[in-house]
Design a protein around this ligand. Structure first.
Ligand SMILES: Cc1ncc(COP(=O)(O)O)c(C=O)c1O
Length: 445
């Protein structure tokens, strides 16, 4: 029996006891390589004494002070580290406790921006199909994953619509090059602005590199510049969600740096605190800060635990380690090694359709028929089977389904800590390839 409402009521999750670097130790004695860092969270591994010391020190010094009255040393230092150098014009940071909360705050910020500018008619967000922006109602509403939305559809915000994702592997036509594909997607976004009414749209939201819903899908070159141009044409904001792909996961500090387009508002999460504390953040561009400054001079949003001192101290320690140890370059280099190994081990497998990603943010997609690009039935539960086979082989990978249209399609995500030893990267690829073979034996059995 368990008194915890676990993710599954029918299957009891194994008990995780300890984390040691890239490994998780279970109560039954198994040692699992945390090859996806949970959900791309554990960027420096588990049990780092420096982070624990920073948290302990902060908890003893000041565990909590309400942000309606006070700011704190770690919040100030973390904000300075993240936006003190104004990356892409982002100049302020708001700290919350999760990626979903960061998206909620980002949407409210976009709304307030337009109200303060005297454009209260701007209420609509355009996002993309097969995206994920969080589990709370507004964040889920902006997300475009059909299966994840379905149960709550009646509760989701109505001022949201979705356009196609930039997913060349499935959706670029055979007669299109990247430029033609981007031009088609830009026309589609433009048409959606026209349909909604350009002066009703407040923002276009996208994950810079799509994570959980499609498995590490980066946009083709020129895509974000073209989407930014459409937003500029109609005066809307660009919100980039880097909750999963940000802060070095893709081998650059911000994933948008590889696309050459900075957002007006950016969300981050997971790798910010590396799992040591629940923390997410909204990074705010000067244009938005300036409008608030000239208007009410306050962001009308607050939560009890925002900018929690212990969470900020943990994130500051994690980010200091990432910087001091050159872990972002390591994520880039080891990511290439991981992809090369996975391709070598899996390219002949009839159901492995694609190995892709940037840095240590790698997706492997599965299809029933590679040539015909035909997925397995959702009821086959292929991603979950691969996850279970990998777990049996001692490797934790993160499964996703609905890859193609939000219902069918399967992938897994491999996203180990940036400081994973090289030998373990090779072991992950090796064990994962064996697990894939065994998973498909079970599917066809
Ligand atoms: C891109 C993206 N945005 C937002 C979220 C929500 O973050 P959280 O689960 O911390 O609320 C996630 C979580 O997977 C995510 O991948």
């Amino acid at each position: 029996m368990t008194a915890v409402l676990q993710r599954s009521l029918s299957q009891r999750s194994p008990l995780a006891l300890r984390g040691e670097g890239p490994m998780l130790v279970l109560a039954d004695g198994r040692r699992i390589v945390d090859a996806s860092g949970g959900a791309a969270v554990a960027c420096i591994g588990h049990g780092d004494a420096r982070v624990i010391q920073a948290m302990t020190h902060q908890a003893a010094r000041l565990a909590y002070a309400h942000t309606g009255f006070f700011t704190s040393e770690p919040a100030e230092a973390l904000a300075e580290k993240l936006v003190g150098h104004r990356p892409g014009g982002l100049s302020r940071a708001l700290f919350v406790s999760s990626g979903s909360e960061a998206m909620e705050a980002a949407l409210k910020l976009a709304r307030q921006y337009f109200v303060e500018r005297g454009e209260p008619g701007r209420v609509h967000a355009i996002a993309r199909r097969q995206s994920y922006h969080g589990a709370t109602l507004a964040a889920l509403g902006v997300g475009g994953h059909r299966a994840r939305r379905a149960l709550y559809e009646a509760l989701l915000p109505v001022h949201v619509s979705h356009v196609s994702p930039c997913f060349a592997f499935h959706h670029r036509r055979a007669d299109e090059d990247d430029a033609a594909y981007v031009a088609r997607l830009a026309l589609e976004l433009d048409a959606e602005f026209q349909r909604v009414g350009p002066h009703r749209v407040m923002a276009f939201c996208a994950e810079t590199v799509v994570g959980a819903t499609t498995g590490c899908v980066a946009a083709v070159p020129g895509y974000f510049a073209a989407m930014r141009a459409v937003c500029e044409r109609y005066g809307a904001l660009l919100i980039l969600d880097e909750v999963m792909c940000g802060l070095g996961r893709t081998g650059v500090p911000h994933a948008w740096e590889a696309d050459g387009v900075a957002p007006d508002i950016q969300t981050i999460g997971k790798g910010l605190g590396g799992g040591y504390q629940p923390i997410g953040a909204v990074l705010v561009g000067e244009r938005v800060v300036h409008a608030l400054w000239r208007g009410s001079a306050a962001f009308s949003h607050g939560q009890t635990y925002q900018a929690h001192p212990v969470a900020c101290a943990a994130a500051l320690a994690v980010q200091t380690i990432v910087e001091a140890e050159g872990l972002i370059a390591r994520s880039r280099d080891l990511g290439e090694r991981l992809q090369t190994n996975l391709r070598a081990a899996l390219s002949e497998h009839p159901h492995v359709a694609d190995v892709r990603g940037r840095g240590l943010f790698v997706g492997v997609e599965f299809l029933a028929d590679r040539a015909a690009r035909c997925p397995f039935a959702a009821s086959d539960g292929v991603a979950e089977r691969v996850k279970n086979a990998a777990l049996d082989a001692g490797v934790g990978v993160y499964p996703g389904s609905g890859t193609i249209d939000g219902v069918v399609g399967d992938h897994v995500l491999i996203a180990p800590p940036f400081n994973v030893p090289e030998s373990l990267v090779d072991e992950i690829a090796d064990k994962f390839a064996k697990a894939v073979a065994s998973a498909f034996e079970r599917v066809s059995a």
